[in-house]
Each structure stands twice: as C-alpha cells, then as structure tokens.
Write a protein that binds this ligand. Structure first.
Ligand code: HEM
Length: 398
C-alpha cells in the first residue's frame, strides 16, 4: 500500500473516532454545556457562609428563592451547593441514591461511627433499614404502649411542684423511650452510664472538630469510646445468655442480620442520636403551640379525656393501649402540623456522584445538593397561610 493511501486511511480512522467522541460529547448532559443553576457563589472558599449565618438561614434561603426560583446555586460551609425548594424535586433528589449520595462531614462519621446507617448506601444500608423498620413495626410497638405511658407518667410525677425546662425534660423522656426500644427490659441495667456518656457526646457533636485535650470534641470522642465499651459489654452479656430479645439490639444481633459487634455498636449509637434530639425537639414545640393556641389545646384535651371516659364507662382497663392511639385524630393532626411548622431539620445534604442534568441545569459531580425542608413547608405555594399554626389543614376530606 502506498504511503499516501495509508496516510489517508489513518486520517479517516482518526476523523471517525473524533466524530464519534464529538457526537457523544454533544449528546451527553456533560457535553451539552448546560448552564449551572442561577445564583451567586460569594467569596472564594468561604462562599456565602457568613451571609447565611449572619442572618436567619431560613430568611437567607427565602430571599434567594424569591430572586432565583426553586433551584439555585450558592457556596456554603466550604462546598459549592445547589439548593432545591420544590417538593417534587426534593423527593427526586432524596430517592435517587445512585445520583445523589448522602454525605456528612468526616468529624460526624468519626463521632457516630463509620458503620452507622447514615453513611452508607446499597445492600448494607438496605439491610440496616430492614432491621430498624422491623423493630418499629406496629405489631412490635403495640406491646410497648403501656411501658411508654408509664415512662411518661413517671416524668410527669417528677415535675410535680417544680419549675422545669421543657426541652431538657423531653430529652430525658425520649432517652428513656429510646433505651426501652433498643435494650428492652435490660434498659435499667445500663441506663445511667449510657446517659452520662451520651450527654457528653451530644455536647461535642456540633463543636469545632479539634481533638485536643480539654476541647468539647475531645471529650465527646472519649465518651464515644466509653459508649462503645459499654455496648460491647451488653452484647457479650447477651451472647452468653443465649436468649432471644424482641428489641432493636436483638434484631441487630440475630444471626440473619449478619452484623459484626462494631457495626452493631455504631448503629445503636447512631440511632439513639437520630431518635432522641429530634423527638424531644418536636415534643417541646408541641407544648409551645398548644400553650399558644387555647382552642387547639381544648380540642386535644377533650379528645384525650373522652378516651378515658369511654374506658371508665365500659369498665375497660384504664391504661393507654394501641387502639386508643388510633383514636386520636385531633392529636395526630397537632403532631403533623408541628412537624410542618417547626421543621426542626431545615435541610439535609446529598452529593452528586456524577455530573447530573437536572431541570435543564447542570449539577456538577461533587457538588452538594440541599433539599430545603423548611422553605418547602413554609411556602404559600404548598400550604395556605404557612405561618399560621392550623392543625385542621391536615384534616382528610372523606
Ligand atoms: C420527629 C422526629 C424525627 C424527625 C423530624 C426525623 C427526621 C429525619 C430526617 C429528615 C431524616 C433523613 C435525613 C437524610 O436522609 O439526610 C431521618 C433519617 C433517619 N431517622 Fe429520623 N427523624 C425523627 C425521629 C427518628 C426516630 C425516633 C428514629 C428511630 C428509629 C429515627 C431514625 C432515623 C434513621 C435510622 C434515619 C436514616 C434512614 C436511612 O438512612 O435510610 N428518626 N430522620
């Protein structure tokens, strides 16, 4: 073959290859040169973090939404971010784990334990989710209602004649309920030690992650270590007893769960964290809203008292049971409305695992994506008069 023919074939081959890549480039989301969402990125590295913290973060986000719409970009806490305030879009981001993975600062992972459910995806995550949900099935919770009631009653008794700090008391209450769900009847054996370590862990959770003696972070890390030792002791005692337990620890320790002791401990520590502060905060807001809305308080009181009266009249046992809890529509709506209006978790973080085309914009790989729960719950597009505490908005029209 002549040299010119060979050269021609070689150039043709390169052209074909190049054209193929070019076609692929222009027809993929990366190549189409999609624009980034609207918004501003602030200063290099610090971005708009100071603007966000120097005002109410919710006002910061609300101002951006007004200006740029329901999807916009910013740069906070050291990361480029895309904020989402449309409910359907938020649902999409939260449900597409293959595109948007959960992400937490490394210090949180160290503190709660790297094997905890929050930091994982895929089969390991699905297995943990199944094990957790199995323990909180109605059939399981059903049997715990009277225990939970007795915890509530002993809290109420301890408040008699005292001035209390509602949030602290709610934390004690939710901690005791968490211990009951996790350790069942063994809760009393380790309660005080767990509580002491847990309080220290919690105080350091949002501190600067500087692990030097004397810092809150250092104390929290020490408490975390002690918690792991206590849990190892509980697990080993249970293994020696060779009994089945109908609680979360029992579920984690079952053979088919296939979890190591370290995985069990990380998830127990993580779950107490997920369950306790959240629930205590919501309970505190419920007390506040009931205190401020006399007619709602009267309706809730009437609903609760009518359950008691019915029991008295029928001669039924007076303690609260599962079917009573199904008979509290007003109380349930108060809880739903409090979850909406208080929106105790303003937003969460996900991270784009690859370049993603989203509503005509590009979300680059590695950018954080924040579904803005609070702004969604406080938008008049989703809830009429969003700033009004109105449980009747959750009435179901039959
Ligand atoms: C009112 C109280 C609560 C609120 C407002 C709340 C809120 C949330 C939110 C928003 C998430 C998602 C975070 C994300 O994906 O980035 C979450 C996850 C989670 N919560 Fe709660 N939570 C509450 C109570 C509880 C309780 C009582 C438990 C105990 C069983 C619990 C266990 C979990 C777990 C295990 C996850 C991770 C789920 C997963 O990765 O699949 N939470 N919670």
């Amino acid at each position: 073959m002549e040299l010119s023919t060979m050269l021609f074939l070689f150039v043709s081959f390169l052209t074909i290859l190049f054209s193929k890549s070019l076609i692929k480039f222009f027809f993929s989301s990366k190549g189409r040169q999609l624009p980034l969402p609207p918004g501003t990125m602030g200063w290099p590295y610090i971005g708009e973090t100071f603007q966000m913290y120097s005002q109410d973060p919710n006002v910061f986000f609300a101002t951006k939404i007004k200006r740029y719409g329901s999807i916009f970009k910013s740069h906070i806490l050291g990361y480029p971010c895309v904020m989402i305030s449309d409910p359907e879009a938020a649902k999409f981001v939260l449900n597409k784990a293959q595109l948007f993975k959960p992400t937490f600062p490394a210090s949180k992972e160290r503190m709660l334990g790297k094997q905890a459910i929050f930091f994982h995806q895929g089969a390991y995550h699905a297995n943990l989710r199944r094990l957790v949900l199995r323990t909180f099935r109605p059939e399981v919770i059903k049997d715990k209602v009277s225990y939970i009631e007795s915890i509530a009653q002993s809290c109420l008794k301890s408040w008699e004649g005292k001035m209390i700090t509602t949030f602290l008391e709610m934390k004690t209450f939710t901690f005791n309920v968490a211990l009951l769900s996790i350790f069942g009847k063994d809760e009393n054996l380790y309660g005080e030690d767990l509580k002491r370590c847990y309080y220290t862990l919690e105080r350091g959770y949002n501190s600067m992650p500087i692990n030097l003696p004397g810092t809150l972070f250092h104390k929290a890390m020490k408490a975390r270590k002690e918690l792991a030792q206590i849990l190892a002791q509980i697990i080993s005692t249970r293994r020696n007893m060779k009994q089945d337990h109908n609680d979360l620890l029992g579920s984690f320790m079952s053979e088919e769960a296939g979890l190591s002791d370290e995985q069990i401990a990380d998830n127990i520590i993580g779950l107490i964290f997920a369950a306790r502060d959240t629930t205590a905060t919501v309970l505190t807001w419920i007390v506040k809203y009931l205190g401020e809305n006399t007619s709602v308080l009267e309706a809730v009181t009437e609903e609760q008292e009518s359950i008691l009266r019915a029991k008295e009249e029928s001669g039924e046992e007076m303690g609260l049971n599962w079917s009573d809890t199904k008979n509290m529509p007003v109380t349930s709506r108060v809880i739903q409305e409090t979850l909406r209006i208080a929106s105790i978790l303003s937003f969460t973080f996900r991270e784009a695992v690859e370049d993603v085309e989203f509503q005509g914009y590009l979300i680059p790989k590695g950018w954080k994506v924040l579904p803005l729960f609070r702004n969604i719950h406080h938008s008049p597009d989703n809830f009429k008069e969003p700033e009004k505490f109105d449980p009747s908005r959750f009435e179901v029209i039959i």
